[in-house]
Ligand binder design. Structure first.
Ligand SMILES: Cc1cc2nc3c(=O)[nH]c(=O)nc-3n(C[C@H](O)[C@H](O)[C@H](O)COP(=O)(O)OP(=O)(O)OC[C@H]3O[C@@H](n4cnc5c(N)ncnc54)[C@H](O)[C@@H]3O)c2cc1C
Length: 514
């Protein structure tokens, strides 16, 4: 078994499969270290109905459906919501420490779009606690081995084996240490490669979120759906810190921070009566509109009205980070921009997590299950990951026992057929193309889209594809080039899908359809 990606989805899948089928050898690979990925940055937590005195499945199902602008698949929403509680209990059994109240009851909080308190959390860094616990757990399981600093290059399909089973047989993987390409064959392959935030200039996602699983799936002709439904987080610091976008939590607005334009005017009440606390997509669109109308590249978050002591107690990291770039948030307004945050679309899977290619599963943020529809309800993504990891693992046990392809077939799978060019990879050029892509996506395929903008973006992406292809054909394959190749493919597909959407729903907004 090969699992590509070690966030909450990949790790919980591996643990579950090892429990159900202890003799199955499981290989996990990840791009950097085991910890890095979107999961570790999740702050809020997991939405789950556990207080049945006040909450109900019906309410959570309704909240999810409404948040998704009534585009979600009700059957999927139904089972995800109902199975959540058992999956959270398993995370606890596997060592995750969620905050509790008296009598060991889970401490539940409320987030935007939820009609009840139902977010299970660990302080304000739930993701890193879950990730820590799962990593600890997999290290104690003998049947699981893992390779850090290894990157998926391509899925192995009939194209490579010159057969016609219409199946996935594993993957070619490149090591970021020695840049060697290895072949890992597998009866079943799982993509759990996370998000696509790096397609944009500003994103809350870490560097590893370049949509590699989607890129590889696209080349393998696997069905992909809903890519243009990208959720933006309204407020990230305009200046990057050590090359990374820094998120300014909604809680700062919840504590009284106001959004102001370049004239120092508070503007959110012109867009929504809930002001700064309107849903994320509304706040992001209002900010983008103010930026456009004033031809500026940011607005301000004014938190100077918050008591200094309260600020320092609740937001020490925001304070220190702003200070490190010369802004004192107790006295000065913070320049902010919206940032790409969550991909609602992905590889289309069925209720067991299997994609349109037999033997290939997709779980977590890289998948499209139908849960989110046109917008994700806060804290529903970790929930989706654990429910689908469980379902995919159970189905994998059945698939492994029914597998008809002989072991000897896997031994004949060819090695990676790359040309042995000298290592003259132009890293600078690869970086330039990456930045160009991010600029096009942010400007023309961001919060606001137009038909003309999408057309121009599509033409520019064709040029970028050509330039990337030339680099690919003339140079030795490197991890950075793999990423660029995926980013161009995913961006192109996203634009293409956006051109086919003729109605604004959820986070998708085309000015020509208002
Ligand atoms: C700042 C932030 C806050 C969030 N807060 C919440 C929240 O409170 N609640 C909630 O439900 N959701 C939240 N989310 C969303 C949620 O964190 C993610 O959707 C979820 O963690 C995704 O998990 P995953 O397992 O699919 O992928 P990830 O955790 O992103 O893991 C991806 C894995 O794939 C690996 N990988 C990627 N490409 C390759 C490749 N080519 N080869 C090998 N490995 C590869 C990476 O190394 C990594 O191990 C938040 C996201 C962010 C960014």
């Amino acid at each position: 078994m090969l699992v590509i990606g070690t966030g909450i989805s990949g790790l919980s899948y591996a643990i579950k499969l090892s429990q159900k089928s202890p003799s199955t050898k499981i290989t996990l690979i990840c791009k950097e270290d085991l910890m890095e990925g979107n999961t570790r940055y999740a702050q809020g937590g997991i939405a789950v109905v556990s207080n049945f005195k006040k909450d109900s499945f019906k309410k959570h199902i309704q909240d999810t459906y409404i948040a998704g602008d009534c585009q979600g698949d009700l059957e999927v929403i139904n089972f995800v919501v109902k199975e959540g509680n058992d999956r959270v209990s398993e995370l606890i059994q596997w060592g995750t420490a969620f905050d509790t109240k008296k009598r060991n009851e889970l401490d539940l909080v409320k987030e935007g779009g939820h009609s009840e308190k139902r977010i299970v959390h660990y302080k304000d860094h739930s993701g890193s606690e879950i990730q820590r616990a799962l990593i600890n757990h997999i290290k104690s399981i003998d049947s699981i081995q893992y390779f850090e600093n290894h990157i998926l290059v391509d899925l192995i399909t009939d194209h490579h084996t010159k057969t016609n089973h219409q199946k996935c047989y594993g993957a070619y993987i490149i090591s970021t240490i020695d840049q060697e390409i290895i072949t890992i064959t597998s009866k079943l392959t799982v993509l759990s490669t996370g998000g696509v935030g790096q397609l944009y200039e500003f994103t809350t996602n870490p560097k590893v979120a370049t949509g590699d699983g989607l890129g590889a799936a696209y080349r393998a002709k696997v069905r992909i759906k809903g890519l243009p439904y990208i959720q933006f987080h309204p407020t990230a610091l305009r200046s990057k810190v050590n090359g990374e976008t820094f998120l300014i939590t909604e809680a700062l607005r919840g504590s009284g921070g106001h959004l102001k334009n370049q004239n120092g005017e508070r503007f959110m009440l012109n867009y929504d009566k809930r002001g700064e606390l309107a849903p994320r997509d509304i706040v992001s669109r209002a900010i983008a509109k103010e930026m456009l109308s004033q031809n500026e590249n940011h607005v301000f978050l004014d938190a100077t009205n918050i008591d200094s002591e309260e600020f320092l107690t609740h937001f020490p990291m925001i304070h220190d980070t702003c200070m490190s770039i010369g802004i004192n948030p107790l006295k000065q307004m913070i320049p902010v921009v919206p940032a790409a945050h969550y991909s609602c679309g992905g590889i289309t899977v069925d209720s067991k997590g299997e994609s349109s290619l037999k033997g290939l599963f997709a779980i977590g943020e890289c998948s499209y299950t139908g849960l989110h529809g046109a917008n994700r309800l806060a804290s529903n993504s970790l929930l989706e990951s654990i429910v689908f990891a469980h379902r995919a693992a159970l189905f994998s046990v059945q698939e492994l026992s029914e597998s008809k392809i002989k072991e000897s077939f896997y031994l004949q799978i060819p090695e990676w057929d790359g040309q042995e060019y000298s290592s003259n990879q132009k890293l600078e050029k690869t970086n330039q193309l990456c930045q160009k892509l991010q600029k096009v996506m942010s400007k023309k395929v961001g919060i606001f889209k137009t038909n003309m903008g999408l057309y121009e973006a599509s033409e520019e992406m064709k040029n970028l594809y050509q330039e990337t292809l030339e680099l690919y054909q003339q140079n030795k394959l490197t991890p950075k080039l793999c990423e660029l190749r995926n980013m161009v493919s995913v961006a192109y597909l996203l634009i293409n899908q956006a051109q086919q959407i003729k109605e604004n729903k959820g986070v998708f907004y085309n000015n020509d359809y208002v």
